[in-house]
Design a protein around this ligand. Structure first.
Ligand SMILES: *[C@@H]1O[C@H](CO)[C@@H](O)[C@H](O)[C@H]1NC(C)=O
Ligand SMILES: *[C@@H]1O[C@H](CO)[C@@H](O)[C@H](O)[C@H]1NC(C)=O
Length: 270
């Protein structure tokens, strides 16, 4: 048993010693398309050091500093003029990054102190759209159940995001999507009186976008519709009433016209 444990400890130390020195450690880096990102070496370049950056599954050489000389190889094929290497540190900056620059960036540092490696797993996310809130507001004050507005928060063509409804600081509901680009919508029923405490948030590991619910703004049109519904009947009554009065008037006038053949009354009849 003791031998077994000491064997385990020995194995642990051995494995740690060989692979633990930052060799297999992958640093995740999340960035939004169009932004710049810097992959840091955390060293100062000495005169005889070689610092080499490789990209992708085939570990294509994209940048090197050796004896203080910088070589960018054929990196412009994939990166255009986006790559920049710091001559003091060997750190790599990718400007205006695109989704195709997602992948594994491997760093190799050869110096008199030994060899070390670093890996950066860079994920480039698409910019986030602003969530759109639409809704059905109470259309009539007659029924008590229609005190609620049925809202929907939606975003078009998204991937790797979560869409959430918040009330204050608490999440009421959410929905997530991974790789595929689809449209998301998330419903919510709220009381009409609740004002400006709700918001819809879309987020990915890098960013978020918020739309605050302005229920008075959202329900403006339907509140007007409710208003005009009560206006229409009285308008009809008013028109009918006026017409009736006018008919009576012309009836009386035409009887008079019959007698006097007044040109003013005739033009009024047209
Ligand atoms: C890189 O990150 C992505 C997304 O977070 C993950 O799916 C993938 O497995 C990671 N790859 C490596 C080599 O760590
Ligand atoms: C959204 O991002 C800001 C920083 O940009 C952060 O302060 C805030 O907590 C984030 N909100 C959510 C809901 O993730």
């Amino acid at each position: 048993m003791l031998a077994y444990i000491s064997c385990l400890i020995w194995l642990f130390i051995c494995v740690e010693g060989v692979f633990g020195a930052g060799t297999d450690e992958v640093k995740p880096v999340s960035v939004t398309e169009g932004d710049s990102v810097s992959l840091n070496t955390d060293v100062q370049v000495q005169s005889k050091d070689q610092i080499l950056w490789m990209f992708g599954p085939r570990e294509t050489r994209i940048a090197e500093i050796y004896k203080k000389n910088i070589d960018m190889f054929d990196s412009d094929v994939t990166f255009g003029d986006r790559l920049q290497m710091d001559s003091q540190t060997g750190s790599l900056t990718i400007r205006n990054i695109r989704s195709e620059h997602t992948g594994l960036y491997k760093l190799q540092i050869l110096s008199t102190r030994g060899t070390s490696y670093k890996k950066f797993n860079v994920t480039v996310y698409a910019p986030l759209p602003i969530p759109i809130i639409t809704g059905d507001c109470p259309s009539s004050s007659s029924s008590s159940s229609s005190q609620y507005c049925s809202l929907v928060c939606s975003v078009l063509n998204v991937s790797d995001v979560t869409l959430s409804w918040y009330k204050g600081m608490s999440v009421l509901s959410n929905i997530s999507v991974s790789d595929l680009s689809i449209s998301l919508s998330l419903p919510l029923d709220v009381e009409y009186q609740d004002k400006n405490t709700y918001r819809c948030v879309i987020n990915n590991p890098v960013r978020n976008q918020t739309t605050h619910l302005d229920i008075t703004q959202l329900c403006h049109t339907s509140a007007e519709a409710v208003h005009s519904e009560s206006v229409i009947p009285s308008l009809i009554y008013a028109v009918l009433g006026t017409t009736a009065v006018a008919l009576l008037f012309f009836h009386v006038r035409s009887r008079q016209v019959d007698k006097r053949t007044c040109p003013l009354a005739q033009s009024g009849r047209k």
